[in-house]
Design a protein around this ligand. Structure first.
Ligand code: HEM
Length: 102
């Protein structure tokens, strides 16, 4: 059954998908900062997704039920390792971006 939240926000419960570049450096995660670590984000995708009316069909089966990823421990760690590869140390150490008032 669909979960209905009282406050759906200005987007009516929809979100623009964030860019994952340097995501390992930009916690806490999600629009409300509910997850401190990438492990928690992956666990959300693995077992925490709620069935709202805005939920992308990619997360549902033909009957409208949520499809769980059922990742193993190793698969979850591999996914977090992949997200860590998106860290661009050259970009974050570039003096050009060090002072917004220059
Ligand atoms: C296993 C595959 C996926 C991974 C590893 C992943 C990873 C992430 C991460 C790390 C964030 C947090 C970004 C931040 O707060 O800076 C995020 C947020 C988000 N992702 Fe994914 N994602 C995946 C699949 C998907 C899919 C399939 C969709 C949509 C069809 C999606 C839609 C979103 C949205 C809307 C947010 C923002 C949620 C919010 O701010 O509350 N993601 N994702």
């Amino acid at each position: 059954m669909d979960v209905v939240y009282e406050d759906e926000g200005v987007g009516g419960g929809s979100f623009r998908i964030p860019n994952l570049k340097n995501v390992a450096l930009t916690g806490p995660y999600m629009h409300d900062g509910r997850y401190a670590t990438l492990d928690e984000v992956i666990e959300h995708y693995n077992s925490g997704i709620q069935n709202t009316k805005e939920l992308d069909p990619i997360f549902k089966d033909g009957s409208g039920n949520i499809t769980r990823l059922n990742l193993t421990y190793v698969e979850k760690k591999a996914l977090v390792a992949f997200l860590n590869t998106l860290t661009d140390n050259t970009f974050i150490a570039d003096p050009k971006f060090s002072n917004p008032f220059n």
